[in-house]
Design a protein around this ligand. Structure first.
Ligand SMILES: [Zn+2]
Length: 214
C-alpha cells in the first residue's frame, strides 16, 4: 500500500538531509522517483542540505499540478514509484490534495518534508493540510537547539539578528547574496525564548549590558 508520509521538524532538524537519503535508498532498490522542492536555500530546482549535499529537483510553483504532471508522465510510459517533496510547507493545500490522490489512485509513495509552523508560530497552510491528510506523521529525531541549550521547537525570523513578528509568511532568508539592506534570517528557539523574543544576538547584548553595569 502506498502512503503519504509527512516528515516534520523545525529548521536545522535535518529534513533535507533525510529527503536526499530517502531518495538514495529507494533509488538503490531500483525504484523510480522524482524530487520536488520549493524555495530551497540553494536556489530554484535544487534540494540542498546543511551538511553540503545538493541535487537537482523539480521546482514547485503556484501553477504546479502534481496530479496532471505525474499522471501525464505515467500515461507517457514513465515509471514513477515515489515522490520526495521537500519544503512542503510552501505547497498549497490544493497541491497537497493532489499528492494524496496520487497515493490513492496511482499507488505512488509520497514522502513530504517540511516545517510545521511559520515565524509567528502559526501552521503553514501546506503543512496544515499534510497533518490533516497524511497516513503517517514522523517527527524528526535530530533535535535542534535554542541558544540556551533547550530543545528548539519554534522558528523565529530575524532582521539583522533581531526577532520580528510581522511580515509576509514566506520570505526566503539565508540564501547567500544579500539583495536587501537588512539581512533576513531564521533562528530556531525554544518556546520560552520565542515568547520573549530573545534571539542569540539579543541575549548576548543583554548579558554584555548587564556585565557592564554590575
Ligand atoms: Zn531558549
Amino acid at each position: 500500500m502506498a502512503e503519504l508520509v509527512f516528515f516534520s521538524g523545525t529548521m536545522d532538524s535535518g529534513k533535507s538531509t533525510l529527503a536526499l537519503q530517502t531518495d538514495h535508498n529507494y533509488r538503490a532498490r531500483g525504484r523510480e522517483g522524482l524530487i520536488f522542492s520549493r524555495g530551497d536555500r540553494a536556489g530554484e530546482s535544487r534540494v540542498s542540505s546543511r551538511l553540503g549535499l545538493e541535487v537537482a529537483a523539480h521546482e514547485v510553483t503556484d501553477t504546479t499540478d502534481f496530479w496532471a504532471e505525474i499522471s501525464g508522465r505515467i500515461a507517457g510510459g514513465e515509471a514513477v514509484d515515489y515522490l520526495v517533496c521537500d519544503e512542503a510547507q510552501f505547497y498549497s493545500p490544493g497541491q497537497v490534495e493532489q499528492l494524496a490522490r496520487l497515493v490513492d489512485e496511482m499507488e505512488i509513495d509520497i514522502f513530504a518534508f517540511g516545517i510545521t509552523t511559520d515565524f509567528r508560530t502559526r501552521l503553514f497552510p501546506g503543512s496544515a493540510r499534510l497533518i490533516e491528510l497524511a497516513d503517517r506523521i514522523e517527527v524528526l529525531q535530530v533535535q535542534s537547539l535554542c541558544w540556551c541549550g533547550a530543545r528548539a521547537t519554534l522558528n523565529a525570523r530575524t532582521v539583522d539578528g533581531v526577532m520580528v513578528t510581522e511580515g509576509e509568511q514566506v520570505v526566503i532568508g539565508d540564501v547567500g547574496e544579500r539583495e536587501t539592506p537588512a539581512e533576513v534570517a531564521y533562528e530556531v528557539l525554544c518556546r520560552r525564548h520565542h515568547m520573549r523574543r530573545m534571539t542569540a544576538l539579543t541575549a548576548r547584548r543583554r548579558s554584555a549590558h548587564e556585565s557592564l553595569w554590575s
